[in-house]
Design a protein around this ligand. Structure first.
Ligand code: SF4
Ligand code: SF4
Ligand SMILES: [Zn+2]
Length: 286
């Protein structure tokens, strides 16, 4: 326990704000005499890099989560059971989900230490679904010059054999060892540009969107490795949503995860491997 919070790995579990504590809204009354009376339930996720308490009001969080799951359900309901969704419909639905997530996550991200140009986390293993890869592929084709595409292809070529194949990443223990060993190699993401910024920021994968630190930037280095992160309901909604959209798109329907038990999860490959043959098509080999 640190600062009243239980730590599980590097993910922190929130605690409820006590009745006698100062009200999180800043009214200078106690919580019980202020927001608790209005039925507002705050949870404290701990202190961020600026020593501020990360205070989240539960009903607001639930509302934002429901907006995300609502879009996911709408999208899936539109999928004809036999034919599934078209790729273009999947692209638009995923982009809509990204927009919704970015708005909803602001209740957490206002406390985060992540900034433009901070890129330690862009040396970690990032995997994504076919649908996320397709959104990136389209963005690259529509926005990058041939010369820029060439540069990315060189980075892909240079490092793709150093990236573990998704088939090697079976069993949680082995997986975390492999991911740790990958991070120790400090291989940059192929989309990290010379300014140390994400070249595909608008369409970056779900894993990058949900990876958010609340500790100081220096805690994110491989050597220090003490970053403080929070698993948010909206992040979980986005992860499930991207999986669901991918498995409901006709062209990607058969791209399921190795885990045959649920048969629900979309296949996830590394950001390196979807584009190993360039940007005319994503690599759909299993
Ligand atoms: S997760 Fe860490 S390294 Fe990545 S942007 Fe945030 S603070 Fe920087
Ligand atoms: S896609 Fe962008 S945010 Fe994600 S790892 Fe690559 S450079 Fe970083
Ligand atoms: Zn209050």
């Amino acid at each position: 326990m640190v600062g009243g919070l239980k730590m599980e790995g590097r993910i922190w579990i929130p605690k409820n704000v006590e009745k006698k504590e100062a009200c999180p809204c800043g009214s200078e009354k106690t919580y019980e005499k202020c927001c608790l009376k209005k039925g507002l339930k705050y949870r404290n996720y701990g202190k961020n890099h600026e020593d501020k308490n990360i205070l989240i009001e539960e009903s607001e969080c639930d509302r934002e989560y429901r907006k995300i799951t609502g879009v996911v359900l709408d999208t899936i309901n539109k999928a004809d059971m036999e034919n599934g969704l078209s790729v273009s419909y999947g692209v638009e639905s995923l982009k809509q989900l990204y927009g919704l997530y970015e708005d909803s996550i602001s209740i957490f991200s206002k406390y985060s230490s992540c900034t433009k140009g901070c890129s330690q986390c862009c040396h970690m293993y990032v995997d994504l679904t076919a649908m996320e890869a397709e959104v990136i592929r389209k963005f690259v084709i529509e926005n990058f010059t041939n010369e820029e595409i060439e540069k990315i292809m060189c980075r892909l070529e240079e490092n793709k054999d150093l990236v573990p194949d998704y088939r090697e990443l079976v069993g949680l223990e082995k997986m975390s060892d492999q991911l740790d060993s990958y991070w120790s190699k400090q291989i940059p993401c192929p989309f990290l540009n010379e300014e140390k910024e994400c070249g595909i920021y608008q369409v970056r994968p779900v894993k990058c969107r949900t990876f958010m630190a609340f500790s100081k930037e220096e805690n994110c280095t491989y050597e220090d490795n003490k970053s403080f992160r929070i698993e948010t309901p909206m992040g979980n909604g986005l992860l499930i949503g991207a999986d669901a959209i991918s498995t409901n798109v006709k062209r990607f329907k058969d791209l399921k995860a190795e885990d045959k038990k649920t048969n629900l999860l979309a296949l996830k490959k590394s950001i390196y491997h979807w584009f190993k043959d360039g940007f005319n098509n994503i690599d759909r080999s299993i």
